[in-house]
Design a protein around this ligand. Structure first.
Ligand code: GUN
Length: 289
């Protein structure tokens, strides 16, 4: 039976440390770190994530506010808003919640961010810096996973890490962090075209599931004793729940926990760590500016 990696508890510990660091920063006479979150449209999942980010930021003493826009806002208008925040010396971090409506080019929006305020670490300049081992910010979800592994004492040196999913937000930056000197994992990235996926995932000491499909990773795909990190947050219909759905990870939790050595739950695993790392990046941005 796997040991549970309690992301919720670890994230609370990290947030406590950030709260103290923010206090120490403002005690020196600096204004509190300032985060502006941009939410476009009315996607309920995005609205829920953004509420969680703002609440967590306020709780550690960050000046956080969410700017919300109708889904028909033009790309040009959104870019103007970003430009204004880029040049506002009172703003340290800017986060544009994704996905954006189809008529807005996400890449264009990401390129428009001032890299010094890009607390999501999505700008190509920041992504490139991770790749060469000179990060300005760390990408929130992969950094949250690294922090969870460190604080749980899971060894990455020489470990075989298999990442399932090649997104720009999780899969690719996760691979880069695991490859860094000192982390020293041997990394394989799998995706929808990977041949005989289970044969590869079964070799993993560390398996990171970031596919976006509920219960995709089944017990037969997991090596006995492996550490299994579940990045998925999928809504699955469940008439017994008040909202009509429940959250499910990319891992078939009940079966895989019988076989794995370590496993993260959903919810309460990677999600809270992602938010904690966003707060850390915001503090870092404030200290740098
Ligand atoms: N959408 C899903 N995950 C994320 C994230 O980490 N940051 C932003 N901005 N949008 C997201």
């Amino acid at each position: 039976m796997a040991q549970l990696i309690d992301g919720k508890a670890i994230a609370a510990q990290v947030r406590g440390e950030i709260r103290e660091a923010v206090s120490a920063w403002t005690a020196l006479g600096h204004r509190p770190p300032c985060l502006r979150v941009l939410l476009v449209g009315d996607d309920p999942a995005s609205a829920s994530y953004v509420r969680g980010k703002q609440k967590a930021a306020l709780e550690v003493g960050i000046d956080a506010d969410t700017l919300t826009y109708e889904s028909d806002i033009s790309e040009a208008e959104l870019l103007r808003i970003i430009d204004r925040l880029n040049r506002d010396a009172g703003v340290d971090g800017i986060l544009v919640q994704l996905p954006l409506p189809a008529h807005i080019d996400e890449q264009k929006v990401i390129y428009a961010l001032n890299p010094d305020k890009d607390v999501d670490c999505f700008h190509p300049a920041n992504v490139g810096r991770i790749m060469i081992g000179e990060p300005r910010f760390l990408p929130c979800t992969p950094a949250g996973i690294m922090e969870m592994l460190r604080r749980t004492g899971i060894e990455t040196r020489g470990a075989r890490a298999v990442i399932v999913g090649r997104s720009n937000i999780v899969g690719k930056p996760m691979a880069n962090l695991l490859l860094q000197k000192g982390v020293d994992a041997t990394v394989t990235v799998c995706h929808s075209r990977t041949r005989d996926l289970p044969a590869i995932t079964r070799q993993a000491d560390l398996l990171v599931a970031a596919i976006g499909r509920a219960h995709f990773i089944t017990a037969d795909m997991v090596r006995e004793g492996a550490a299994v990190i579940d990045v998925g947050i999928n809504r699955v219909e469940d008439a017994s729940r008040p909202r009509g759905y429940r959250l499910a990870g990319d891992v078939d939790f009940d079966a895989v926990r019988e076989k794995a050595g370590w496993i993260t739950p959903v919810p309460g695993g990677v999600g809270p760590m992602t938010i904690a790392m966003l707060l850390q990046n915001t503090l870092k941005a404030a200290r740098r500016s």
